[in-house]
Design a binder for this molecule. Structure first.
Ligand code: SF4
Length: 172
């Protein structure tokens, strides 16, 4: 079952450093359809393994940690596209925070799918694509396998092609 004003959430981790640059509030969605071999957390595939939280309650957590930016991970946040779009829109409009989103869908698939596409307008960075075990590389920054791309979403939308994110951090 999916709601528009609630999200099934596995956990919210504050001040994590692993889901994007700097301190971030990471919201881990329950539910994923991709079934990648070697997935870090198969328990996250099941929607009902999460706890339903009101979008406004999650927004409050994000706002209270005013120095942290935001990441959506999972599971796959885009398996609850409407509610995550609403959350992303509220975060952008009410806080202006930088938002990263991890998903097993590719940017191109999201762009051509009417139910998925709206969230793109509120994201800064998308880490896209399924985890592919044969392409696993533990030296990669902020992603698990080399097929996954770290994409500058707004630049990509403006230019009509995928523009990769380039870290501003030294030596990364
Ligand atoms: S997209 Fe992520 S959470 Fe979903 S099966 Fe693949 S690795 Fe696991």
């Amino acid at each position: 079952m999916s709601f528009t004003n609630k999200l099934s959430v596995l956990k919210i981790v504050e001040d994590t450093l692993v889901d994007g640059p700097g301190f971030r509030t990471s919201i881990y969605a329950a539910g994923c359809i991709h079934e990648c071999v070697g997935c870090h957390n198969p328990a996250s595939w099941v929607h009902r393994n999460g706890t339903f939280m009101e979008i406004d309650r999650i927004l409050e957590v994000v706002k209270n940690n005013f120095l942290a930016q935001v990441s959506f991970s999972g599971g796959d946040p885009l398996c609850q596209p409407q509610a995550f779009t609403t959350l992303a829109k509220k975060i952008k409009q009410e806080t202006g925070k930088n938002i990263w989103c991890y998903t097993g869908f590719t940017f191109e698939k999201i762009k051509r799918t009417p139910t998925l596409e709206p969230i793109l307008y509120y994201l800064d960075v998308l880490v896209d694509g399924r985890f592919i075990e044969k392409k696993k590389d533990t030296t990669l920054l902020f992603r698990g396998s080399s097929n996954q791309r770290i994409i500058e979403v707004q630049k990509s939308l403006r230019q009509g092609r995928v523009i990769l994110w380039e870290s501003a951090l030294p030596n990364l």
